[in-house]
Design a protein around this ligand. Structure first.
Ligand SMILES: Cc1ncc(COP(=O)(O)O)c(C=O)c1O
Length: 464
């Protein structure tokens, strides 16, 4: 049964349409059709205000890892509000959940990452990383080390620095970016690597390009490299084997810091609490966390830094000087309590182990979609997947964006009760970690039917 459509004249839709500026909105179509307003959520499902029920195959926005609407989270948050909801974190003033969470994060991070700076999301976690990197090299009397290398198609957020680190061209339209200290090298895009190039030759190419860029900028000027372990919003791009360790080795060769943006990949999505070391064999100097840290119950960002960086930045810059950077909500008591409970749930329910079991099945089921004529590539790992739609499977020719192919698939899938995420010409999936094989079947079957419908429409448009 299809879920009901949302009437345009509904007062809720009107309030939303007239006053809420939604991120990433195509205003003409939004003004015409308004929002789908989500009113209830439980487990793997969300409901809209018209009574429709949907399997949330994107976990909110890569974040609701433990699933929606959990009583334990509600109780923890309520208890913390009543106990002590907020107090100033500046200077030598702290709170119980923040102290405990800091200890826990140090335990689950790679060995040398024992210190955390809190903010309220992924963008701010990345901004903090960049500010701390510059501060660190200033204190080390290497003030020229300012340049940061990021990647085309990387996504790092929406604040000015994070948006400038971001390398997705479509996010830049009409906006300015910070000039000067941010540079981009190629994405590690296996599907679109030059025809006939082997995986290892492609890896060589990417590593050489990176090293050449450093040499061009002057290693004495280059401070850091930032990368997602698997690129998320850029299309779920899995790098060639050994890419991350080799990029890390280049960073070490030139006295640069390696920043792993694990805003999406941490907290179980790839079957580990953090992916850098466990999955990709890299021990970064900085790991940026958000999203799954609190499963979206309350906003929280965290920037984990190594002992080495901490030892430097914990020296005052001048006599009596302090680390003059902080947010009102750094280490917010309720957010930290929520994160602690979230991690406890992940541990008691063995969610990482569950992902290691269900993840390969999810990828296998989605992988079967490559027999559809407009599916070019199905990629990802565990519960992070991307399906790239192409107008020609053999030549990999991309669809004209104006055809809105992925959006059409999204709409048909939603009609059939599954929410997926259209990004460019790809469909992105990142379900809550609690899904079972039957849900994988439902997502794959729904996508098969939605993609087939779009494919048939395109065929008949061509014929007409
Ligand atoms: C890898 C990555 N980094 C950073 C961000 C930004 O996080 P936020 O939207 O919480 O600021 C995102 C958001 O999708 C992300 O995917």
């Amino acid at each position: 049964l299809s879920n009901p459509k949302i009437p345009n004249e509904d007062p809720l839709v009107r309030m939303d349409r007239e006053h809420f500026i939604h991120p990433y909105t195509d205003f003409p179509s939004f003004k015409e059709s308004g929002s789908q307003i989500i009113t209830k959520s439980k487990g793997l499902y969300v409901h809209d205000h018209m009574g429709g029920k949907y399997l949330d195959a994107i976990a909110g926005l890569w974040c609701v890892n433990i699933g929606h609407g959990r009583q334990e989270m509600a109780d923890t948050i309520a208890e913390q509000v009543l106990e002590m909801q907020y107090y100033n974190p500046f200077g030598a003033s702290s709170n119980v959940p923040a102290a405990k969470l800091s200890h826990k994060l140090a335990q689950i991070s790679p060995k040398s990452l024992n210190h955390v700076f809190y903010s309220s999301g992924g963008s701010t976690a990345n901004d903090v990383a960049v500010r701390l990197i510059h501060y660190y090299f200033n204190l080390k009397k290497q003030p020229n080390k300012k340049q940061i290398i990021s990647r085309i198609d990387g996504y790092h957020g929406a604040t000015y620095v994070a948006a400038s680190l971001t390398g997705i061209h479509g996010t830049k339209d009409g906006f300015d970016t910070l000039g000067g200290f941010i540079h981009h090298v190629s994405a590690a895009n296996m599907y679109r690597r030059p025809d006939g190039m082997s995986e290892s030759a492609y890896c060589d190419f990417l590593v050489d390009e990176f090293e050449n860029r450093i040499l061009q900028l002057g290693p004495q000027n280059v401070a850091a490299f930032i990368a997602e372990p698997i690129m998320g919003a850029g299309g779920v791009l899995v790098a060639p084997k050994n890419y991350h360790p080799r990029m890390h080795a280049i960073c070490k060769k030139y006295d640069m810091l390696y920043v792993s943006d694990e805003v999406v990949t941490a907290f179980g999505r790839l079957g580990e609490m953090m992916a850098s070391k466990e999955v990709f064999d890299v021990e970064p100097d900085i790991i940026c966390l958000a999203k799954g840290i609190s499963s979206g119950y309350i906003p929280l960002g965290a920037t984990m830094i190594s002992d080495e960086i901490y030892d430097v930045i914990s020296q005052p810059q001048s006599e009596g000087g302090a680390l003059t950077m902080g947010f009102t909500y750094s280490g917010h008591a309720v957010a930290c309590a929520a994160a602690l409970k979230n991690i406890e749930i992940m541990e008691t329910e063995n969610l990482c182990e569950h992902v290691r079991k269900v993840g390969p099945y999810f990828m296998e089921k989605l992988g079967q979609l490559v027999d559809l004529p407009i599916v070019g590539d199905v990629r990802g790992s565990h519960l992070m997947a991307g399906i790239e739609l192409v107008s020609n499977q053999r030549t990999k020719e991309a669809f004209d964006f104006r055809l809105n192919v992925s959006d059409r698939v999204f709409k048909y899938a939603r009609e059939d009760g599954v929410i997926v995420r259209p990004v460019g010409n790809s469909i992105i999936l990142s379900p809550p970690l609690i899904l079972e094989n039957t849900h994988c079947d439902k997502i794959a079957d729904t996508l098969r039917s939605a993609i087939s419908r779009v494919s048939e429409e395109l065929q008949s448009d061509k014929a007409a």
